[in-house]
Design a protein around this ligand. Structure first.
Ligand code: UDX
Ligand code: UDX
Length: 438
């Protein structure tokens, strides 16, 4: 199939929108990315990424002003673009259903600019039938509009979004017309993307995204339940996961026990899938339990801190990791956001350190006499009674533990991500509390 280049509009300059636009520009398409946030656009136009995502800023710089442009004005994106990817946020609202107002705004704004054929592609995670709503909305505001709505869900993991864009396991293309299918197969052509491509109708593609994300969350909750079992039974959960993972039917990935899943997707998407099922009179009880298991990880961890320290009041605790996972500055739904207030409530003094997420964390926990932000791993542990590990950054795994030990007052590690070998750290003289191990 030929490698036609398209004029592509991307709405939303968040994690998904920025990765999508810079990667499509890198492939040679003419991309314009639109976001309402003027400050964000100003920074992007200077070549500065508003988020930390490995490789992203380089891609933006490579293509800025040539294949990639940023704007905060609807009239700059919609009239010209042949294909429009919707990447605006779909945050949870009060009742657990996603707030679809940003997607609706996008459809309304876009409608008045449709003069010739346009393909509108949902990339954001959206409830089943969102495409039908987008279609209806556009028609309501522009009855003569000539367009298709397709679903091409993203499966990007933050921290490896660029890799996941170029080397996906699969590409799901949900379309209801031949024309839409052809365009998306030209963008995701076999030369650039060697992976399997699954063509479905739009509704099925929307469902695949939800079923996938919820399954991954369920898998992690399952191993965390196994972790609790292992701990009580005097077994190492990581060895059990290794043994399970060697079975191809199970697979080793997403079997890392610990503090559970956070981020902008899993918590929101699991809730949304449960709600969607409820609307169809299906009780998705297994997912409700996966959610509860995940929430209980925080209690399990806090109990370990208490078991380790006896009294928390007045203790100095170094906290490593604020982001919800490594290689990102994103703190949305990070376990740190729940653990920090609980420790502060119990009267601890905290010294926080994260390689990338401290600026974001400061907006929620401003520095105070109880909350200190350290400039390095080592600074964070000076005089600490204990070290609590919340995120599995490589920098933590590679820490010089002899040096860390010298700097700490008492040698206690509560490890929410099992980043160390228990035998080794114990031999070094630490009291070590991992998750799901004897
Ligand atoms: C979001 C969703 O959270 C996720 O479920 C979905 O799969 C993809 O979109 P993310 O890219 O991480 O993921 O969202 P976020 O970082 O919040 O970015 C959304 C962007 O859209 C923001 O920059 C926001 O300013 C922008 N936006 C929002 C608009 O430009 N217009 C709007 O009307 C609303
Ligand atoms: C996820 C999906 O993987 C991606 O396909 C989708 O498009 C967006 O949501 P993301 O949230 O960026 O990506 O990160 P992911 O790597 O999936 O991790 C999610 C959470 O699960 C993190 O908090 C991580 O720490 C946790 N996790 C992951 C575990 O606790 N154990 C594991 O084995 C894997």
């Amino acid at each position: 199939m030929g490698k036609k280049k398209f004029k592509i509009g991307v709405v939303g300059a968040g994690y998904v929108g920025l990765v999508t636009s810079s990667c499509l520009a890198e492939l040679g398409h003419n991309v314009i990315c639109y976001d309402k946030d003027k400050e964000k656009i100003r920074e992007l136009n200077k070549g500065k990424s508003p988020i930390y995502e490995p490789g992203l800023e380089e891609l933006i710089k490579n293509n800025l002003g040539r294949k990639l442009n940023f704007t905060d004005r609807a009239e700059d994106i919609y009239p010209e673009s042949e294909v429009i990817f919707i990447c605006v946020g779909t945050p949870s609202s009060q009742d657990g259903k996603p707030d679809m107002s940003y997607v609706e705004t996008c459809a309304i704004e876009l409608a008045k600019f449709i003069t010739d054929y346009k393909l509108v592609v949902e990339k954001s995670t959206v409830p089943i039938r969102t495409a039908e709503w987008i279609e209806r909305t556009i028609k309501l505001y522009n009855p003569k509009a000539n367009f298709d709505v397709a679903s091409n869900p993203e499966f990007l993991r933050e921290g490896s979004g660029i890799h996941d864009f170029f080397q996906p396991d699969r590409i799901v293309i949900g379309v209801n017309s031949e024309k839409a299918k052809e365009i998306l197969l030209q963008i995701y052509n076999d030369d650039d993307f060697k992976c399997p491509k699954l063509i479905t109708d739009v509704k099925t593609a929307e469902a695949i995204k939800h079923a996938s994300n919820s399954f991954l969350a369920l898998k992690i909750s399952y191993i965390n339940m196994v972790a609790d079992f292992c701990e009580k039974a005097g077994i190492d959960v990581d060895l059990v996961a290794e043994g399970m993972g060697l079975d191809k039917r199970i697979g080793r990935s997403f079997l890392k026990a610990g503090l559970g899943w956070g981020g902008s997707c899993f918590p929101k998407d699991v809730k949304a899938f449960v709600k969607m099922a409820e609307d169809l009179q299906v009780d998705f009880s297994i997912l409700k339990e996966a959610y509860r298991v995940n929430e209980r990880r925080i209690e399990v961890f806090i109990k370990k801190v208490k078991d380790a320290l006896w009294v928390i009041k007045g203790k100095r605790i170094a906290v490593w990791g604020l982001s919800f996972k490594p290689n990102t500055d994103d703190i949305r739904e990070s376990p740190a956001l729940k653990i920090i207030p609980l420790l502060l409530n119990d009267g601890a003094f905290l010294s926080l350190y994260d390689p990338k997420a401290m600026e974001n964390a400061k907006k929620i926990f401003p520095p105070s006499d109880k909350v200190h932000y350290a400039n390095s791993l080592e600074e964070s542990v000076i005089g600490a009674h204990a070290l609590a590990i919340i995120t599995d950054w490589d920098e933590f795994k590679n820490a010089d533990l002899n040096r860390i030990k010298d700097l700490m007052l008492t040698h206690i590690i509560i490890d929410g991500r099992n980043i160390f070998d228990p035998k080794k750290v114990r031999e070094m003289g630490f009291l070590y509390y991992p998750m799901g191990k004897p």
